[in-house]
Write a protein that binds this ligand. Sequence first.
Ligand code: ZN
Length: 645
Amino acid sequence: MREEVGLGSAVDQVVERVEVRAAETAEVRAPHTQRVNRVVEPGGCPPHGGRLIDRRLRGAALESARQEAATLPALVIDQDQVVTLEMIATGVLSPLEGFMGEDNYRSVLHEKRLASGLPWTIPMTLAPAGELNRAVTARLGRGDRVALADQSGHRWAVLTVTEKFTYDRDERAVQVFATDERRHPGVDYIHRRMGDTCLAGPIDLLERPDWGPFEKYRLEPVDTRRVFFEERGWRTVVGFQTANPLHRGHEYLQKCALEIIDGLFIHPIVETTRKAYFRNEYRIEAYKAALDNYYPADRVVLAPLRVTMTYAGPREAILHAIVRKNFGCTHFIVGRDHAGFGGYYDKYAAWRIFDEYDQAELGIQPLFFRDSFYCTRCGTVATEKTCPHGEEYHLTMSGTGVQDILRYGYLPPKEILRPEVGQVIIQGIQPKGTDADGAGDIAGSATAPAAATGVAGITGAAGGTGGSNSTTDANGSVSTVSTGDGQAIKPVADTIKGLFPYYLTHHRLGGKRRRRRLDPAELTMRDLEAALAEGRERAGEVYQEVFEAVAGLFDIARAADRGGRIAALREALRRQKELITALEEKVRVAQEEVPDPFMFQDRPEAQRELDSAREIAREIAGLAERDPDFKARVWNPMPYEEYRR
Ligand SMILES: [Zn+2]
C-alpha cells in the first residue's frame, strides 16, 4: 500500500506490550479457569490487519510537530473528518494509518477490499471542498506536509502527502450507496461536502478532540482490549451498536448473545446526522439505568462511539464489524437493515454481504438477529423465528414507535421499554411535544406543556386530529385541548401500527377480530390512547388468563386458589339453585295452553326454562364442587411409605 508508511518504533513497542500483557494474563489465568468456551485465542481477536494502529504523537515528537504545524499550510476539514482523524489515530480503523490512495480507493470501491486483499468496504479519503482548500491542494506534492484544521482554524493533525488523485462522484455514490440519488445523505455528502481531488497519506494526530459529556465513558481500542481480556478475563465479546434508546428487544437479543458469549460490549453511536432524535447524553444515561437494574455488572462494558454514519447499509455493516473487531470484539450483532436509509437496501442485504468474506479473513463473527416483539401469548420477548402466534398478540419493538409515543408524552408498556429507561429518555427527546407552538401537546395547552418538560401527560386526552375539544380525566379535571394537527413528526396511525399492530384488526390484544379493518387515515389520538391502555393493562394478562384457566382445572391442592374463584363459583351455584326452586314452582302452576303467549307462558315453555337453568347449574357445580377431596385423582399403587425409602 503506497500511502501506508511504517509505524514508529515507539508505537510498535506499545502494541507489542499490550499483546504480551494480554497473553501473559491469559496464561496465568488458564489453570484456574473453568471456562469451556475456547473459541478464540487468549487475548481476544487480533486487530484488523494484525496490528493496532496508533498515530498520536507524544512527548518531544508532539512538541516539534506542533511547532511545525503552525508554519505549515492548512486544509480546512469538517467535523466528520475530525472524527475520522481521531478514529484513525486511535486504531479504530486499523490498519489504516491515514487517508487512502488511489489503489486502495479503487479496490475498496470495486472489490470491497484494500489493495492488499484485506476486507474493507468504505473509502476513507480526504477531499477538502472549497476554493481555499483547492488552492492549497494545488500547491501540494508528494512528500509535502500539510496541517488539517477545523473551521475555527484549530490544527488537529498533520498529513504527509503521498499521492493526489481525482475520482468520479457518481461512480463512488453508486458503488458505496447503490444509488446516485441526492436524496440519500451519503450521496448528498459526496456532492456537497467533497472537493474534486483526494489527498492520500499517513496522518499524525496533534490533539484529540474532547468528548464533552462522554469523555468520562470514552474507551479506545487499547482500553477495551485491556478491560475485556486482562481485567475481565473474557475469551469472547459480542459488540452491540445502536443509535436508539435501549428497548426490551435490544435487551432480549443482547442477553440471547450473552448466554453463549462471555461479555457484552454496548457501543452506542453518539454522533448522528439525524435531526429528530434523543439527546445523546440521555441515551447514555438511559443505558446506565438499564445496566444498573437489569444486567450483571461483570458481564457488560458500556462506551460511546464517535463515528459518522453514512447510511451505506451492507457496506457500513462490514465497516462496523471491523471497527468492533479493532475494539476487541469476537462477535458483532447485525440487525435487519443495519445502517439502512429510507428503503434503499433490501432488509437482509446487511446479512448477505457477510457471505462475500471468509470467516477467517473477516476475523469477527456476525450474529444475525431478527426484529423482536413482545408476545403476550408466549409471555416473553420473541421473534418470528421463535413465536408461532399471530400479530394480534404482539407488541412491536419499534425504535421509532417508542420515540413517537414518548413525544406524545406517554411511556410505552413495560414490556416494550423498561420504566427506568423511560424515565430518563422521555426527558431527552428532540423535538419535545408534537408541534412548534405547543398547541399539539396532548397534556393540554391550558397548563404547562407536560411533554416539553419531560413529564408524561397523564391528564386530559387529546381529541381527534384537527379538532378542539374538552375531555375529563380520571380525576375529574377538565382540560381543553387544541390539537393543531396533533402529530408527533409522523401520523398517529404510524405510531399505532408501529407498536400495537393488533389494533387495526382486533378489538383487544389476542381478542375478537374486528368486523372490518380500521382505516389508518381515520385513527386519532383516542385510538392511540386506547391501544396504549390495552397494551399496558393486558400485556401481562393474556398469558396469565391461560395459566389460571389450566391451573383452576388441574390444581390438586386447592389451597393455591386465593379463595376468590372457588368461593365465587359456590356462591353462583347457590344463587342458581334458588332460581331453579322458583322455576320449579312456576312449572307446577303453569297452564298447558295460554291465550296470549306474550303475556303468559305455557307449561312446555316453563319446563324448557327450568331445564336450561338446571344445565347451567350442572356446569357451575362441575367447576365448583368437582372432586373436593381429590379421591379420584390421588392414588398410589404402593403404600406411601414405600416411596420415602
Ligand atoms: Zn407467541
